[in-house]
Design a protein around this ligand. Structure first.
Ligand SMILES: [Zn+2]
Length: 621
């Protein structure tokens, strides 16, 4: 057996050598960190959170000076030991990954309330945080382990757990976490080895919150539904530009689908967390996206996340959700300690501000807006707002390898004033219908909608009613229905153009799904079913079948029928002759000419390009 393996290895090597470019010496890649912009010196009060080397409850990452992170097995083993020792903790598996790993969640309650129901009875607010939705961005895991210890066996932060309950998922993308390497995130300064962004099937979990393809996000959405957290934190690490801020975070803005929650995050959460981070030597900032995708010269964008993202989904379902992005160029130790401070302050703040947060959440859950913004764009009419920004120096140079302009970050801290550009103007809006109807043939879509906790009713008899239907633009004519060239997240994304809405009498078969918008997740429903919503099931390619025409007319019958139509209808003849004169490609194509006639007969497929999901207008409740 051994020799066969050796032979196989050898032949693979020969094949690779024959097809690949000559290998670059491994030493070239041994110290890519030295190519990163300078990290600068840092020390802060949060360093005192690290326990001494002889502490019996030292975490695996602390044992490695917060320069490395433990693998799945070591993480889970350490947590199991902690849970056995701490009466305040339990651990539950919320689901399994494609490779069969449990996705663990630590349930922390000072009252020993380890079920959702028992937890609600404590009357205390509930914080849910997870790390590793992108498994290479794992700071939150090692911070959470330290905090769980300090709130329990170490007894240093017990009051935090007296004031609020805590659910902690150390790693959501458990399979990606085990694709460990020193070469996974070239722009990130540590840990030494880290996991991979996507799951075992190369799916990006943080694009999956509406379509719910993945076991991991389905498990998380079950946690939202079952445990009903008051605040949800999704812990990441950035890619992109350099600046002084080490911990950046935010919700989905003030003017999204949950405006009261958006204001609470900006006016209550942000100042408190900023203060805690500053007091511990950190440099907090808002979520930062360079307008030119390169440096800060053209300002920063504050964009609205679509509901495929965790923070956009939170906004759509009225779950207070904060996206945390630690700065990838800051050393791992500094990022982990900053995350600890943010988690601890979130617990403390929840205890203090439970009433104000619940008031904001209830206000958004109870609102029933008349219309829902689907797409936001930059408001060009708004005066540009200039804001101070803690930048680091940068210069641009011509790259000999790229042949283009490249940024070099100098590491020099400087405060500059730059434009803050808001991408918050609704440019496509949908009127809220009373309900949507999905025919039974598309039950898979209704099933996914049900996973979100949206109430669905199945009609037991055929229903004839006035309904609004969307007809999509004919491919190749008027506004072409454009297909994105590459698959995205395992789907063929489609651009529906500008569909035409018509009110017609329609009969829906028995077994159709009627989904009222008059429920707390009404906005999410609109965002999943309106054709022009970027995260609609239509745009995600769940209705690809409607783009195929399936009946045909043979020329031997269409030719005589077309001549008969021309003879009987002078207006049709005029239109035909105009088209022949103005459209040479049409005139030259026998198929196109006969198709033109076919489309105007009752034989033509009336369902072709009709979006099967119908709207019941509001006045017909
Ligand atoms: Zn991320």
């Amino acid at each position: 057996m051994k020799s066969r393996i050796a032979l196989l290895t050898f032949s693979l090597f020969v094949q690779t050598a024959a097809h690949a470019q000559p290998a670059v010496a491994a030493e070239v890649f041994a110290d890519t960190e030295s190519l990163l912009p300078p990290a600068g010196d840092w020390s802060g009060k949060s360093e005192s959170l690290v326990v001494p080397a002889n502490d019996p409850w030292i975490t695996p990452a602390e044992r490695m000076q917060l320069a490395a992170t433990p693998d799945y097995a070591e993480t889970v083993a350490w947590l199991q030991k902690l849970v056995r020792a701490a009466p305040e903790l339990e651990m539950v598996s919320i689901g399994r990954s494609l490779e069969g790993r449990d996705i663990w969640m630590v349930v922390a309650s000072a009252d020993g309330a380890f079920t959702a129901e028992a937890m609600r009875k404590t009357g205390k607010p509930l914080l849910l945080a997870h790390s590793g939705i992108h498994a290479g961005e794992i700071d939150g895991k090692d911070a959470g382990l330290m905090l769980l210890r300090d709130m329990t066996v170490a007894a240093k932060r017990k009051p935090l757990l007296e004031g609020a309950n805590f659910l902690f998922i150390p790693v959501l993308n458990v399979d990606g976490h085990e694709r460990r390497s020193a070469y996974n995130r070239i722009n990130q300064r540590g840990p030494l080895e880290m996991g991979w962004r996507t799951n075992a099937r190369n799916q990006n979990l943080n694009r999956d919150f509406t379509k719910l393809d993945t076991a991991e996000v389905r498990a998380l959405v079950r946690v939202f539904r079952q445990w009903q957290p008051d605040l949800y934190l999704d812990l990441h690490v950035t890619d992109g530009a350099d600046y002084q801020y080490d911990i950046t975070f935010g919700g989905n803005g003030r003017d999204g689908w949950s405006p009261a929650i958006g204001n609470w995050i900006e006016d209550v959460y942000r100042p408190a967390v900023n203060e805690a981070l500053l007091a511990n030597g950190h440099q907090p900032g808002g979520l930062i996206f360079a307008a030119n995708n390169m440096d800060m010269q053209d300002g920063v964008l504050t964009w609205k996340a679509d509901p495929r993202f965790s923070n956009g989904y939170g906004d759509a379902i009225h779950l207070p959700a904060v996206l945390v992005e630690n700065h990838s160029l800051k050393p791992y130790r500094r990022r982990v300690l900053g995350t600890y401070v943010l988690l601890a302050e979130s617990m403390a703040l929840l205890a203090r501000e439970q009433a104000s947060l619940q008031a904001a959440t209830n206000s958004d859950r109870q609102s029933r807006p008349q219309s829902v913004p689907l797409v936001f764009a930059r408001d060009e009419s708004q005066a540009v707002k200039m804001v101070p920004f803690k930048a680091v120096g940068s210069e641009r140079y011509h790259g000999a390898a790229s042949g283009g302009e490249v940024v070099r970050w100098t590491g020099q801290p400087l405060t500059i004033t730059i434009p803050e550009i808001f991408v918050n103007k609704p440019v496509v809006t949908a009127q809220m219908p009373a309900a949507y109807i999905i025919p039974p043939a598309w039950g898979d879509v209704a099933g996914r909608i049900g996973l979100h906790g949206i109430e669905i009713e199945q009609i037991t008899e055929p229903l004839t009613t006035q309904a609004e239907i969307y007809r999509l633009p004919e491919a190749g004519i008027a506004q072409p229905t454009a297909w994105t060239p590459n698959p995205f997240e395992g789907h063929a994304r489609i651009d529906p153009g500008e569909p035409v809405r018509q009110l017609i009498e329609t009969t829906f078969p028995q077994g159709s799904y009627r989904i009222s918008t008059d429920q707390p997740l009404g906005e999410l429903l609109v965002l999943m079913l309106e054709p022009q919503a970027p995260d609609s099931f239509l745009q995600w390619g769940f209705f690809l079948e409607i783009f195929t025409r399936t009946e045909y007319a043979e020329a031997y019958v269409m030719e005589p029928l077309a001549r008969k139509m021309l003879d009987d209808d002078p207006a049709l003849r005029t239109r035909f002759e105009e088209k022949l004169a103005n459209d040479p490609a049409f005139a030259a194509s026998p198929q196109q000419r006969l198709m033109w006639f076919y489309e105007q007969t009752p034989f033509y497929d009336a369902q072709y390009l009709v979006y099967p999901v119908a709207r019941i207008p509001r006045q017909q409740k």
